[in-house]
Design a protein around this ligand. Structure first.
Ligand code: UDP
Length: 344
């Protein structure tokens, strides 16, 4: 394409290249959605998951390889045999609380596991990866909305395990021509009921599924603190629909497949909602009162985390399509009800 035209058309629209993509952690929440949307876009996918926290039923049988990331040799063989062209790397533990109780688990599984994957990729000659990072890399930010140039300042081992992996990727880019897009997620939520996919963590710690469960069971959810310096006193977060998040990965991997440079992007909507606003949304969507009690603050919760995601929108042409909170809650509610029916 002539350079003049390329100015008007973002890279994504200049060349679609369909590829064989390995998704680690593809049996988990965001990984399973990304696997689904990759296939909707025409890519072929192999999933690596050790099923320690993922769900076998979230992946078609013929695509699943049950494997530990620390098994560098087997990963190298798989990458070569399957002629993988790029990797999207989700496989990680995600519980902040658990990471403060057992930091070693997080550095071993998240950081050492990632390094093993990158070594296997180097050995197999696969040099493009999209990495699942987190807003926890910023800790308690100086400015909100948060842009990517704010410094790393994690306040828990989970965030640090992701920061360490980001730094490994920066060095590999510099000295090994290993290209990566690091995506820093804000609060992933919602579901894709049409694909039979949604949020199922065990134990569940996230706000929206816990509120939905409270509506289903009548057992109150605890609101962690209402004395924060926010308009209604409860914490503000940037809730990003999991299908929008999954799409960001597709833009990112296609950017790399098209020869794009390494980069880092926030993935959020740019709008924040308080815990009380989420409760109100659930009441609107379900038509039921949310039973809740007020508890103390949860340790390590910053008052407000909202993304500045203008860089991702400008550079890769991504846009959130399901940013409306009621839509997010409605999708989550539909999925939660389906699970309840299946379980009974
Ligand atoms: N939260 C809450 N009660 C809960 C779980 C979460 O009040 O049972 C609050 C939490 O303090 C935070 C927001 O909901 O302000 C989102 O928390 P979540 O654990 O879903 O995501 P995080 O922001 O910690 O990644």
């Amino acid at each position: 394409m002539p350079a003049a035209l390329a100015v008007f058309f973002p890279l994504r629209y200049t060349r679609r290249c369909l590829a064989k993509i390995l998704v680690t952690g593809g049996a988990g929440y965001i990984g399973s959605h990304t696997r689904y949307f990759l296939e909707q876009h025409g890519h072929s996918v192999i999933v690596v998951d050790n099923l320690s926290r993922g769900y076998r039923e979230a992946v078609p049988d013929n695509e699943l390889r049950v494997l530990n990331l620390q098994d560098t040799g087997k990963l190298t063989d798989l990458l070569q045999q399957e002629k993988v062209e790029a990797v999207i790397h989700f496989a990680a533990y995600i519980s902040v609380g658990e990471s403060t109780q057992r930091p070693e688990l997080y550095f071993s599984n998240n950081t050492a596991g990632s390094l093993s994957l990158f070594e296997a990729m180097l050995q197999a000659g696969v040099k493009r990866v999209v990495f699942s990072s987190t807003a926890a890399a910023y800790g308690i930010p100086d400015r909100v909305p948060i842009s990517e140039d704010q410094p790393f300042a994690p306040i828990n081992p989970y965030g640090e395990s992701k920061v360490m992996t980001e730094k490994i990727l920066e060095w590999l880019d510099r000295f090994r021509e290993f290209r990566s897009v690091r995506l820093r997620y804000f609060n992933a939520c919602g579901a894709s009921p049409e694909a039979g996919l949604g949020e199922m963590h065990d134990p569940e710690t996230h706000l929206i599924p816990l509120i939905l469960r409270a509506v289903q069971t009548g057992k109150p959810v605890t609101v962690f603190g209402d004395d924060y310096p926010t308009p209604d006193g409860t914490c503000i977060r940037d809730y990003i629909h999991v299908s929008d998040l999954a799409e960001a990965h597709i833009f990112a991997v296609e950017h790399l497949l098209n020869g794009g440079a390494s980069d880092v992007f926030n993935v959020g909507t740019g709008s924040g909602h308080s815990v009380k606003e989420v409760v109100a949304s659930v009441e609107r969507v379900t038509g039921k009162k949310v039973p809740f009690t007020l508890g103390p603050r949860r340790e390590g919760d910053p008052p407000s985390l909202v993304a500045d995601s203008s860089k991702l929108q400008k550079n890769l042409g991504w846009k959130p399509k399901r940013a409306d909170l009621d839509q997010i809650v409605a999708d989550g509610w539909q999925f939660a009800n389906r699970r309840l029916i299946e379980a009974s």
